[in-house]
Write a protein that binds this ligand. Structure first.
Ligand SMILES: NC(=O)c1ccc[n+]([C@@H]2O[C@H](COP(=O)([O-])OP(=O)(O)OC[C@H]3O[C@@H](n4cnc5c(N)ncnc54)[C@H](OP(=O)(O)O)[C@@H]3O)[C@@H](O)[C@H]2O)c1
Length: 365
């Protein structure tokens, strides 16, 4: 009989739509509560269920929405359940025909060292031999790369054969942004890509991800001048925005006639932020430039994920894309450090990551 004491973060109170999660655990209003739970790997699980040991957690800005009850693309998660998170785990006990002991899965593991799961359409068995490292299933083949893939191929309105377009990508050093940047720079034939990221290190890094990329640091005092200089006499044909706020507003004033804005994320607004930053001053440009603004959410396209992954594999094996450039920032939360999981996650909002932001919960060879 193997007894396990699992650590889990429970969603105790919903987060405020207009503010950050409450990490004051001494307060009854804290968003999360750390609990322990006993599991016995020899006990018979309910039919269909399986016990998973979490190895890697995917840190996603979308989790703020999952912690917050508002009209979204998924129903709110019930209070008192494990805080929702996707990640990779190892099956250590099973009463499921789909998942056996020893299998690695990518699915809704939650903020838990161990958690009992049941099969969902978004719980996928992983073949460890097919990737250079398990984390590539969260980075290069994860939801952020799939988001980037569909943004480019379905929503941008531009095909790889359309040469000479000017692109603008915000959040360019993050997971979705840096994936998109690599796809556009290396598969499409853009005239130039303005890639917006925070800080000089990230600005320089994004320029290494392919040809014709001009990195711009939105935290620099000279950002708007740098933007104007980089754009020159051109205007932006395709603007893929991951951040919203004043960066979106400013960029909308630089669009080409009939340009397309694909709204993938608005991370600058997920914790409320400065009200003065929530004004779309350039909205009239949508009319004068006859712009199209389109929101996208990956779940609408997931049925096409197998063909997207097939195309990504082709690009990697043909050398058009380098899987190792789909970078990860991995923070260690093994053992006692598990308690830091919510704080680590909030690093998304202060730019802790380059590429995919991952928390490691258990050892992986
Ligand atoms: N629609 C969909 O289906 C879908 C799917 C995946 C992701 N998304 C969205 O895409 C965006 C990026 O997601 P991700 O998972 O790839 O996260 P990420 O970009 O890897 O991480 C977040 C990054 O956002 C930047 N950031 C944080 N606060 C900012 C602010 N106030 N202004 C400008 N930049 C800020 C930070 O980079 P800097 O250091 O550069 O500031 C940070 O590293 C999010 O808005 C997310 O919700 C949407």
């Amino acid at each position: 009989m193997t007894k396990i004491t699992a650590k889990q973060y429970i969603l105790q109170n919903y987060a405020n739509f207009q503010g950050p999660v409450n990490l004051d655990y001494s307060s009854p209003d804290a968003t999360f509560k750390l609990v322990t739970k006993e599991y016995d790997t020899d006990a018979t699980l309910e039919a269909g269920k399986f016990l998973v040991e979490t190895i890697y957690l995917s840190n996603d800005p979308a989790q703020k929405g999952w912690f917050t009850p508002y009209e979204s693309y998924i129903p709110p998660v019930p209070l008192g359940t494990v805080a929702p998170a996707r990640g990779i785990g190892r099956v250590i006990a099973s009463n499921s025909e789909q998942f056996a002991v020893g299998d690695y899965i990518n699915g809704p593991v939650g903020w838990a060292t161990h958690n009992i799961l049941e099969p969902t359409p978004l719980t996928i068995k992983l073949d460890v031999s097919k990737v250079p490292h398990l984390v590539k299933y969260i980075s290069a083949f994860g939801t952020t790369t799939l988001t980037a893939y569909f943004t480019a191929t379905k929503y941008s309105g531009v095909s790889p054969e359309d040469e000479g377009k000017v692109w603008l990508i915000t959040g360019a050093a993050g997971a979705a942004g840096s994936s998109l940047l690599q796809i556009v720079a290396n598969i499409y034939k853009p005239k130039k890509i303005l890639a917006v990221a925070g800080g000089e290190t990230k600005r320089k890094w994004v320029e290494t991800l392919g040809p014709n990329i001009v990195g711009l640091d939105y935290k620099s005092e000279t950002y708007k001048e740098d933007f104007t200089k980089a754009l020159g006499d051109d205007r932006v044909n395709v603007f893929v925005d991951h951040v919203g706020g004043w960066i979106l507003d400013h960029a909308t004033g630089h669009m080409a006639v009939h340009g397309k804005i694909v709204q993938v994320g608005a991370i600058s607004r997920y914790n409320g932020g400065d009200a003065a930053d929530n004004v779309f001053n350039n909205y009239s440009q949508v009319i004068t430039k006859r712009l199209t603004i389109q929101g996208m959410v990956l779940i609408d396209d997931l049925k096409e994920a197998p063909s997207a992954i097939g195309q990504l594999v082709n690009w990697f094996t043909s050398g058009k894309l380098n899987i190792n450039n789909f970078q990860e920032t991995i923070v260690d939360a093994q053992g006692d450090k598990f308690e830091k999981i919510p704080e680590i996650w909030t690093g998304l909002f202060s730019g802790s990551n380059k590429g995919k932001y991952i928390t490691q919960v258990a050892a992986y060879p």
